[in-house]
Write a protein that binds this ligand. Sequence first.
Ligand SMILES: [Zn+2]
Ligand SMILES: [Zn+2]
Length: 336
Amino acid sequence: MKAVICPAPFEMFVGNMDRPVPGPNEVLVEVGAAGICAGDQYIYGGKNPYVIYPCIPGHEIAGRIVEFGENIQGLNEGQKVAIEPFIGCGTCYPCRVGKPNCCANLTIIGNQLPGGYADYVLAPVQNIHPVPVDMSLSKASMAEPITIAIHACNRGQVTAEDTVLVMGCGPIGLNVIEIARERGARVVACDINPARLEVARFLGAETLLSDQNLLQNVLELTNGEGMPVVIEASGVAAVMEQTVDLVAAGGRIVILGLVKRGTPVSFPGLDFTRKELTILGSRTEAGDFPEAIELLYSGKLKFADMATELDMWRGPEIFSQLAMQPDKYFKGILIR
Ligand SMILES: [Zn+2]
Ligand SMILES: [Zn+2]
């Protein structure tokens, strides 16, 4: 089979390898679409803290079932599916307490296991989520980033009573805006890129440019109180540090962006007690695929229709362009 292989940072080529054979409880999926996530761009750029090289990236995967291993019932060949890429070990402390998303030995399809930028990909049967026959595979591949947004909103306990500040309007930030709006929250989004802010407004957010007036503008919007919920989706350490100033006393901060391993983020210590801060990490998702697929199918989410479809086998060229111009597409999806 053909696959887009990343042997080391800033290297990528289309190679040939054996078609994988599903073992017991495994399903082989013929890939139709695999999204480009910041995480994949970080694999290419050497910034992804979890990847093991050489790697076939791509964890936002949708396709059709072509083969299954023994012991599998209830799925059909040809069935359209989205793949949940996260696999917990089932035995460590977080797995034992129902948080396999932060498993100490978490493996991710497209990071440590071969991903979706290939003709075929293997997944455990419990990671396979059927999608409606009339949903395009390109749209179905958006289920994964939507689960990330659902989990972040769950971590921040976002409700219709809240005003939520979403910091960073990349694909994940834009998905967070839509999920928070779907829950009825008032959403304010900020970014340094005016074109992204335009999309954020289209998705129902009020917007602020991330400039030196951001704090003042946030205070003006909130009667001087600050934001009840701040969701950081930029992956920039300085932005993470800013969340503490922007959040209201008694509010919640959700840190969703990834920084390179070892990057320090510091806060003025007094603010922890003065504001009685709740700072929550948010990693991947936790059983959110069915909700994401249902929301996608409902047609309520507009961002899913704004993706740019790109030829998977042009992957090496696309990733080298993205290294120069990371926000060239609001959302790119590799299709084959
Ligand atoms: Zn992703
Ligand atoms: Zn575990």
